[in-house]
Write a protein that binds this ligand. Structure first.
Ligand code: CTP
Ligand code: CA
Length: 222
């Protein structure tokens, strides 16, 4: 198999990966979400598995194929993703959180389907969701490593450094989400990488499969 002929340099690791968007329900037929495809996370999960790791994927509502050996936990809301991740994190050696988690959730309208009749405008109030990556970072032991992503439209390097520090990460991968060939719904990405020691790299316009492989190369060097 492909796994048998791939390097075995991640065996002994148990990797947790989050991917895809979350969906925050508002009424019986509507939700708040984003266009994340989950492809970057799926590539990272497959690369870790090919290299011999045990892999747990916590997936938002997207449908990537994974081999049977990969444990896939399907979730909808950020709260469900949070619960799944905090349950397994203590058994993992490595986390890589790529999911585009909704920072806020609409306060549900109530039971059933919201009706438009008699209204000419609508405002919705939101509550905050828990920060999954920050929570795992605060629980992180010396024998665990944690990788985060940063989706940015401006000040990429500065924002990435802020997130690396505030979430207690070992590595952060920042991607611009407003340039062609990067970010959401793209099969390629352009990323800026920063580690805890302050080392930086720039990988412009590569397929997400290749970026996934390089992320593990870099983590294994650390
Ligand atoms: N993340 C998470 N849980 C959240 C929000 C974000 O686990 N509730 C993770 C993402 O999976 C990503 C990292 O945190 O790995 C950064 O997400 P991003 O949206 O770029 O940053 P935020 O900290 O949410 O800040 P902002 O959206 O304001 O830039
Ligand atoms: Ca966010």
């Amino acid at each position: 198999s492909l796994r048998a002929v791939s390097p075995d340099d991640m065996s002994g690791r148990h990797v947790l990966i989050t991917l895809g968007p979350t969906r925050e329900k508002w009424d019986a037929v509507r939700f708040w979400s984003n266009p994340s495809s989950g492809l970057m996370g799926a590539c990272i999960a497959m690369a870790a598995w090919l290299r011999g790791a045990e892999v747990t994927v916590v997936s938002g509502p997207v449908n990537w194929w994974f081999p049977d050996e990969i444990n896939v936990i399907k979730v909808g809301t950020a709260k469900e993703m949070f619960d799944a991740c905090t349950d397994v994190w203590s058994q993992c050696t490595t986390g890589c959180l790529t999911a585009a988690v909704a920072d806020f959730k609409p306060i549900p309208h109530g039971e059933g389907k919201f009706k438009k009749a008699g209204r000419d405008s609508l405002s919705v109030d939101f509550d905050t969701n828990p920060d999954i990556l920050k929570t795992l970072g605060s629980m992180k032991r010396d024998d665990q490593q944690l990788i985060g992503f940063a989706a940015e439209t401006s000040n990429i390097q500065e924002s990435a450094k802020g997130k690396l520090e505030s979430k207690n990460l070992d590595l952060i991968i920042a991607n611009p989400i407003n340039v062609p060939g990067a970010g959401f719904e793209s099969s390629t990405n352009s990323v800026y990488v920063l580690d805890r020691a302050g080392r930086t790299e720039e990988w412009p316009n590569l397929p997400k499969t290749e970026i996934a492989w390089r992320i593990w190369d870099l983590l294994l060097q650390n």
